[in-house]
Write a protein that binds this ligand. Structure first.
Ligand SMILES: Cc1cc2nc3c(=O)[nH]c(=O)nc-3n(C[C@H](O)[C@H](O)[C@H](O)COP(=O)(O)OP(=O)(O)OC[C@H]3O[C@@H](n4cnc5c(N)ncnc54)[C@H](O)[C@@H]3O)c2cc1C
Length: 413
């Protein structure tokens, strides 16, 4: 079977790898000059920075083995301190002050009050019902910001955090859970995309402009002359899939436009290290900082900054403040540096700067998401073999999109 996989992010790459393992002839079309989509790393002058994800929270053993990267896995070291910006102050998490500000005494009753959600409610409503207004709102804000750069009142508890709503008591579940922990790769997560891509027939700088049915097959147009394939996989953001679907399924266009994404701009700043805070990073619970979250990559991972320096990475914008992601480069740097001065007392100028813009960074799963995904997939019936894969549909984390791409390959067989 000859399959066109459109999109060379981790969903498309994983899909193509699974197809080739089944003996199919998969060709990946990627618009950009480098594979990986959101998963790219840049190494320059001793700095190593990520375009998107810094850590993965679930194992990807089969992919690491296939790409011979198992020995490159690194885990966060150093103090795991997390800071929370709450009511204008920076608090350590967990700390007694944060617990009391968050209304933790009421939250401790959760195992007694917990009920599975009867309907698809927002993350905020769900957690407030479980933990009380103060602790529930704070938990929802931090979870929505940390995972989706999202709005807790708009995200669906059930669809965006399926594990949460399945757990009888979130508190007891969290106490019991012993997960495999966060991990990354020594030379950056981008090496996972590069190594996967190296195993595939990949066309870079190959934006698919048109996808058109040709009998029971597909014609793929990168330029005027089409290439014929027996099946196609749309592993692109839903907005790009909607543009392609315009050629062959008008109802699918409307279905795909119902999925929304939040924009995010990543601001990497390098500083001389002396006196900088160490830890995992800081989340903004107030919504007043430009960085929804600021990671301290060089405090946790080896090789992220030159000797004597530290790398800080602010994630700006998101569903609640998309305008912040759209600020000019100079405006963003000034705003983030101002926030760092106010919160962490960092007064010096950065001596490394890198800005990465993601206009469609993270899909936002609002109530009804699962039904919308099923409806969109239903509209593929009757067409020549075609699948939808990626962060828009089956989970936004990298392990989720790897699973989504692999599952799309399995469905084609
Ligand atoms: C700032 C940020 C931080 C994140 N942090 C984490 C984290 O810590 N942990 C985690 O697990 N996940 C994280 N994520 C989420 C995760 O990285 C993404 O959800 C995931 O990588 C998306 O993969 P994908 O293959 O579905 O889509 P993408 O990576 O968007 O890939 C789609 C590809 O399709 C290409 N394309 C689009 N249109 C066309 C066309 N017409 N023709 C050809 N190619 C086309 C694009 O160029 C792109 O390369 C983060 C994301 C961002 C933005």
């Amino acid at each position: 079977m000859r399959v066109a996989v459109i999109g060379g992010g981790m969903a498309g790459l994983s899909c193509a790898l699974a197809l080739s393992r089944r003996g199919a002839d998969a060709v990946v079309f990627e618009a950009e000059a480098q594979p990986g989509g959101k998963v790219k790393s840049r190494s320059e002058d001793g700095w190593l920075s990520e375009d998107g994800p810094h850590f993965l929270s679930r194992p990807l053993d089969a992919l690491l083995e296939a790409t011979q990267l198992s020995a490159e896995v690194v885990r966060p070291s150093g103090p795991a301190t997390r800071f929370v910006h709450l009511r204008g102050r920076v608090l350590r998490a967990p700390s007694l002050r944060l617990l009391f500000s968050a209304g933790i005494p009421r939250a401790l009753l959760e195992p007694l009050l917990a009920r599975p959600p009867r309907e698809d409610t927002s993350l905020r409503e769900f957690l407030v019902a479980r933990f009380g207004r103060r602790a529930g709102s704070l938990a929802a804000t931090l979870l929505a910001a940390g995972v989706y750069a999202g709005d807790p009142a708009q995200l669906s508890a059930r669809e965006a955090f399926p594990g949460l709503s399945r757990t009888r008591s979130i508190l007891l579940g969290a106490l019991r859970r012993r997960g495999p922990g966060l991990w990354s790769l020594r030379r950056g997560l981008g090496t996972l995309a590069e190594a996967t891509a190296a195993k595939l027939d990949l066309r870079l700088g190959a934006e698919v402009k048109k996808l058109a049915p040709a009998g029971r097959e597909w014609d793929v147009y990168v330029d005027a002359k089409p290439e014929r394939f027996e099946a196609a996989v749309l592993a692109v953001p839903s907005a790009a899939a909607a543009v392609l679907a315009g050629e062959f399924a008008p109802r699918l266009v409307a279905a795909l436009r119902a999925f929304s994404s939040a924009p995010v701009t990543v601001v990497h700043l390098g500083f001389r290290e002396n006196g900088l805070p160490r830890g995992f990073g800081m989340l903004d619970a107030d919504g007043t900082l430009h960085g929804i979250g600021t990671l301290f990559p060089s405090s946790m991972l080896p090789g992220r900054a030159p000797e004597g320096h530290a790398l800080l990475t602010a994630i700006c914008g998101g569903a609640q403040h998309p305008e912040r992601a759209a600020l000019s480069d100079a405006g963003l740097v000034a705003a983030v540096c101002g926030d760092l001065q106010k919160t962490l007392g960092i007064r010096r100028d950065p001596n490394y700067l890198r800005i990465v813009r993601h206009p469609l960074a993270i899909p936002q799963y609002s109530p009804g998401h699962g039904a919308r995904v099923s409806a969109a997939r239903e509209l593929l019936r009757g067409l020549p073999p075609v699948e939808l894969a990626g962060a828009a549909y089956d989970g936004v984390s990298v392990p989720d999109v790897v699973r989504s791409g692999t599952a799309a390959a399995e469905r084609l067989f």
